[in-house]
Design a protein around this ligand. Structure first.
Ligand code: GAP
Length: 467
């Protein structure tokens, strides 16, 4: 986590027009909802609706395919959210995963001390005896601020029947630690040799002080992380390799190249575990921000777990008889942040006047998602409700292979627009001729080109399009 990622610049509180459109589309079409909405909502927790869960699953599926399925040297894992509390002592999270906070004594609002100090041109880690003496008061009401206290971002709970300190455990703030502590298990059961990686997708929890920008920064979110164990001598090479691989993954899925950037962390910005870090940043509407971090974590993790567990986590190289603590190169991305980015990247407004300047100005929204990510792959649209008997068997057949919608309500133009707005790559129109000639019209979302295809060939046609 870079400090930049944590910043709560004033721009966050202003509503951005594109973000507003995405939030509205997400709710209207069932991608993302505010959690617990009927109770007034709960801050920075979101639920994925019928289309959102498909999109998010597809993001995870593509990541898993690229990081595990297509590689001989990366294994998958699904570890527990709750783990032995000593893990967080060893990882440094108990002592170091904190934000410096101050409270306003008058209005009781809470602020990040480092941000208030930075805004005054002071060093973010400066600890003034009194904020008033530095001329810093509550930015909201001008009230007096308390002294700084370190606030741990981990959510704490209790395991078992007793709510006492010996029963305290934490919801994991990153999936990575579940991988490190399983390093010997995976090594011994998978017949892997160094270099090799372990990948995991799962929930993480952080009691963020300044959540915001919709699903960009949440308190409950999902991560997709891969930890690559290497000989220390080869760490720099693999650090470079994984930067390239991760950038290519985004480009292959259609992310606008001009909006993606690498940003190297300055030495005073590095997380406690990192020797070097590179962020893949995306030009979000509110700012250019971290999408994913690629870190050289050195031997920090395994050496710490070795020390705290008392277990030997070194690697014995059978060929040159070398024994060493592997270095770890990590790729760490957020599923929700990535899903939001794909929505923003795909959002396109098209002027539907098509050259007729006198026509009523109307904009249509097309979600130009890569086909692999689109929540609904195919829509079956019978021209009339009367065609249900003939069109329904086609729908039943296609849905065996693809997420598919059947829609016979409203004009065909309206139905196309509905599908464009959710990013459906292919609409299949079943008309009155289809009953006789056994053909349907397939419309391409992006080119709007229409092709007449024999029903018997539709499956092969779609296989070719989606392969
Ligand atoms: N294991 C290293 C690690 O967790 P991080 O930079 O703190 O590094 C990695 O987090 C990624 O997880 C970020 O790049 C971001 O995509 C995602 N992430 C982190 N905190 C998040 C939050 N509060 N809400 C949504 N996504 C978050």
């Amino acid at each position: 986590m870079s400090k930049k990622d944590q910043s709560d610049k004033p721009s966050e509180s202003k509503v951005n027009p594109l973000m507003e459109k995405i939030v509205s589309l997400a709710k209207r079409r069932g991608f993302i909802f505010q959690s617990s909405e009927i109770y007034g909502g709960i801050n920075s927790i979101y639920d994925y609706g019928p289309l959102g869960v498909e999109l998010k699953n597809n993001v995870k599926k593509e990541w898993w395919k690229a990081m595990v399925q297509m590689r001989n040297n990366v294994e998958g894992l699904d570890s527990g959210i709750l783990m032995h509390p000593k893990i967080w002592e060893a990882s440094g999270h108990l002592a170091g995963f904190t934000d410096p906070l101050v409270d306003c004594k008058k209005c009781k609002r809470r602020f990040r001390a480092d941000h208030l100090l930075e805004a005054k041109g002071l060093k973010p880690d400066f600890r003034p005896a009194s904020f008033s003496e530095e001329g810093i008061d509550c930015p909201e009401c001008g009230g007096e601020l308390t002294n700084v206290r370190d606030f741990n971002l981990m959510f704490k709970t209790f395991m078992g029947a007793l709510e006492e300190s010996s029963a305290e455990i934490y919801l994991r703030p990153e999936t990575a630690q579940g991988i490190y502590v399983n390093f010997p298990n995976v090594l011994n059961s998978s017949r892997q040799k160094l270099p090799f990686g372990i990948a995991q997708i799962g929930k993480a929890f952080r009691n963020e002080i300044t959540p915001g920008n919709f699903t960009f920064r949440m308190r409950e979110f999902e991560q997709m992380e891969m930890q690559f164990f290497v000989n220390p001598k080869e760490a720099d090479k693999w650090f470079e390799y994984w930067q390239e691989q991760r950038l290519n993954w985004y480009l292959d899925l259609g992310v606008n190249k001009d909006k993606l950037k690498f940003r190297k962390h300055a030495s005073d910005e590095l997380a406690h575990y990192a020797k070097a870090a590179m962020d893949v940043e995306y030009d979000f509407p509110f700012d250019q921000r971290e999408l994913e971090g690629i870190h050289n974590r050195g031997e920090w993790d395994l050496s710490r777990h070795q020390k705290f567990s008392g277990k030997d986590l070194q690697y014995q190289d059978q060929e040159n008889k070398e024994k060493f603590t592997p270095y770890i190169i990590e790729t760490s991305g957020g599923v929700d942040r990535c899903t939001l980015m794909f929505l923003l990247n795909a959002y396109t407004e098209v002027d539907t006047r098509s050259g007729d300047e006198d026509a009523k100005h109307e904009t249509e929204v097309v979600l130009k998602l890569d086909k692999r990510l689109a929540p609904i792959k195919v829509a079956i649209l019978p021209l009339s409700k009367k065609l249900e008997k003939d069109a329904m068997p086609l729908y039943e057949e296609i849905r065996k292979s693809y997420m598919c919608q059947y829609d016979d309500a409203g004009s065909i133009g309206k139905r196309y627009r509905r599908q464009d707005e959710i990013g459906t790559p292919y609409c299949v129109t079943f008309d009155f001729d289809s009953v006789e000639d056994k053909k349907v019209t397939v419309r391409d979302r992006d080119t709007m080109a229409q092709e007449r295809i024999a029903i018997s060939e539709l499956k092969d046609y779609l296989t070719e399009k989606f392969c």
